[in-house]
Write a protein that binds this ligand. Structure first.
Ligand code: FEO
Length: 394
């Protein structure tokens, strides 16, 4: 595979992984992913930015050889996670003169996870520069978008910013430059939801920082490269806003239909009042769709059946995930049906407690729904409507 040129002497040397079906064993991938890696040839030194996912190492090294890369002086590691660092040991064997350049947190990760010798690493500080001759790299620390060791690398003369996982997408490509389309936006949002949303405030900060830096090209470590960076930065500006949209998420698991009946009713009544809903079948749904809903939603009503004396385990998983992803949700409630007795909602509320939500009185019914229960559901819908109205959403 011939490496594609991004700018003169700046080459893409990453690989697509069209067969990868799930990332972090958590959220399915709709379009595989790419592990991006870049070569910058300066007049005196050659730098490689980020490396490769371990199972792809052999193909990666073969490509470097076939493209005539016989010397690497610096391996710039923007982040220690193994989808980008996993090939470092093999690279150091093939290019023993190379030095790994990274920050101190990443260096510790590389030493602990991959046994990279400390003597083979050069530690850089935030803002430090490294000369390649006619090109200069500057390191910009960006902790927690998404690991504490994350940094960006700026090729100053070419004004190319290598943003690591930030601004990426799980999306394979032939031509390295992004062609904006619905499918790519969808993948980038799905990626943001899973990987970046827990760090929303920092993502907002670094979106502004990248905008101020005004690079001509943004090169993330997954998905296509943006030669019009505002295409992705404008999306991040929207996703990281504090205000949610006029949207209520309705995830549910229903064993005998009563819980679903409640969720269906809530959906219909909210829609009548001009509030959008996203209903999600917890058992059959794609977790990525739920995560994307959490990027925008202001409210969530989680429906669950009871299993033994507690909520269905699948509903606990959703509440736990929502707590983990730290979305901008502001309002929540729970509805569900039970057979004999038990605590239906306490474990769910506990999972999302850190989100400090405005929790509307949950509704628990025994078996089938009665007229009295419908009144309670109407009250719940009215309460959500009033709260959305107060937030200026309807
Ligand atoms: Fe793509 Fe955090 O590694």
């Amino acid at each position: 595979m011939k490496f594609q040129e991004i700018k003169e002497n700046v080459l893409y040397c990453g690989l697509n992984d069209e067969n990868r079906a799930i990332f972090d064993e958590l959220i399915p991938l709709e379009h595989g992913t790419s592990y991006n890696s870049y070569i910058i040839k300066g007049s005196e030194k050659v730098a490689l930015i980020d490396t490769m996912y371990p199972p792809k190492t052999e193909e990666y090294l073969k490509n470097l050889e076939e493209n005539g890369i016989t010397k690497i002086d610096y391996i710039i590691e923007n982040h220690g996670e193994q989808d980008h660092s996993g090939s470092i040991p093999a690279l150091l064997e093939k290019f023993p003169e190379a030095i790994v350049v990274t920050n101190s947190k990443c260096a510790e990760n590389l030493h602990e996870m991959l046994f990279v010798p400390r003597s083979k690493m050069k530690i850089v500080n935030d803002g430090e520069k490294l000369s390649l001759g006619n090109k200069t790299l500057q390191f910009i620390f960006a902790p927690n978008v998404h690991w504490p060791d994350t940094m960006f690398t700026h090729d100053i003369e070419d004004n190319i910013l290598f943003t690591c996982d930030f601004l990426g997408s799980h999306y394979i490509f032939e031509d390295v430059f992004a062609k904006p389309c619905e499918e790519l936006t969808h993948s980038a949002k799905r990626y943001y939801a899973e990987i970046m949303m827990p760090f929303r405030m920092l993502c907002k900060k670094y979106t502004n920082l990248v905008k101020e830096l005004n690079p001509s090209i943004v090169c993330p470590s997954h998905g296509p490269i943006y030669n019009n960076p505002s295409d992705i930065l404008d999306l991040y500006e929207d996703w990281t806003k504090d205000e949610g949209k006029n949207l209520v998420l309705l995830p549910y698991v229903s064993m005998y239909g009563s819980t679903k009946e409640m969720i269906d009713y809530i959906e219909a009544e909210l829609n009548k009042k001009g509030i959008q809903t996203l209903k999600y079948d917890i058992i059959r749904g794609d977790l990525g769709d739920l995560a994307m809903g959490l990027v925008d939603a202001t409210s969530m009503v989680l429906g669950t059946s009871m299993v033994l004396a507690g909520p269905h385990p699948a509903s606990v998983n959703i509440a736990y995930l929502a707590g983990l992803l730290r979305p901008k949700l502001k309002i929540a409630s729970f509805v569900g049906s039970y057979g004999w007795a038990g605590k239906l909602f306490e474990p769910l509320a506990e999972c999302v407690s850190k989100l400090k939500l405005d929790v509307i009185e949950p509704i628990q019914v025994k078996g089938r729904i009665t007229e009295n229960d419908y009144e309670k559901l109407d009250n719940l819908v009215n309460s959500i409507y009033e709260k959305h109205k107060n937030l200026g959403l309807v």
